[in-house]
Design a binder for this molecule. Structure first.
Ligand SMILES: C[S@@+](CC[C@H](N)C(=O)[O-])C[C@H]1O[C@@H](n2cnc3c(N)ncnc32)[C@H](O)[C@@H]1O
Length: 208
């Protein structure tokens, strides 16, 4: 990592200073604190070689901090707002990290079968937010979208492999998906990070 890059990940204020002004003012509400990102990265990738998907990666803060913390695993962010993906790619270039990438797509349009672990910072919560807390109006926001997304995520994770890891910060917006058990709930300052692990299979008929 470049020396300038190391400075970017020194603390949250240093990271935020690298963001465009309009995004900077919302950063503390929408992007994972660095201490939480580093802890979550270790929970998601306890052994080298893991592929971790950040569902709704924003400006890439979680993935960038995670990739620097756990160089032996790969962190992929999927984000539906193109301008945030451009910022994330720019920052990844500044940090010169080889184990991170960003995809511009709706997270549910992606095939999730190639991932060992998933990170969620309540990515669909914005659908329920008051106008003043939304990042911007470049995506459609409506409470009915929240229900639709959460339902699809829970069904997607219900079909994940045994051993799949999910870490949530401020939750997923719903109870743990079918077949997942809460393995840890850790406090990082005032923040809570939960690790869920898939322990039971779920067949198409809904039987365990
Ligand atoms: C709370 S922010 C978290 C950002 C990042 N994961 C972090 O922790 O720093 C949630 C992000 O999810 C994105 N998002 C919301 N719905 C999405 C979807 N359907 N597909 C991809 N990204 C989505 C939003 O644009 C926003 O950038």
């Amino acid at each position: 990592m470049h020396i300038a890059g190391a400075r970017m990940l020194r603390d949250d204020d240093s990271f935020d200073r690298h963001l465009p002004g309009g995004i900077q003012v919302m950063a503390s509400v929408h992007f994972t604190p660095l201490a939480v990102a580093r802890h979550a990265a270790r929970l998601l990738a306890p052994a080298p070689g893991a592929r971790v998907l950040d569902v709704g990666s924003g400006v890439g803060k979680f993935c960038l901090a995670a990739a620097a913390e756990v160089p032996g695993s790969r962190f992929i962010g999927v984000e539906c707002r193109g301008h945030l993906v451009r910022v994330a790619n720019h920052l990844a270039g500044d940090l010169a990290l080889a184990n991170v990438e960003f995809i511009h797509a709706d997270a549910l349009d992606l095939d999730w079968s190639g991932y060992d672990a998933f990170y969620f910072f309540n990515p669909f919560g914005e659908q329920l937010f008051d106008e003043v807390f939304v990042l911007d109006r470049t995506i459609a926001l409506h409470p009915r979208n929240f229900v639709a997304y959460i339902t699809r995520v829970r069904s997607r994770l219900a079909g994940a492999r045994i051993g799949t890891r999910v870490v949530t910060y401020h939750g997923l917006g719903a109870p743990p998906p079918f077949g997942f058990e809460l393995a840890r709930s850790d406090r990082i300052g005032t923040d809570v990070v939960e690790l869920w692990v898939k322990t039971r299979a779920y067949d198409q008929m809904g039987c365990w």
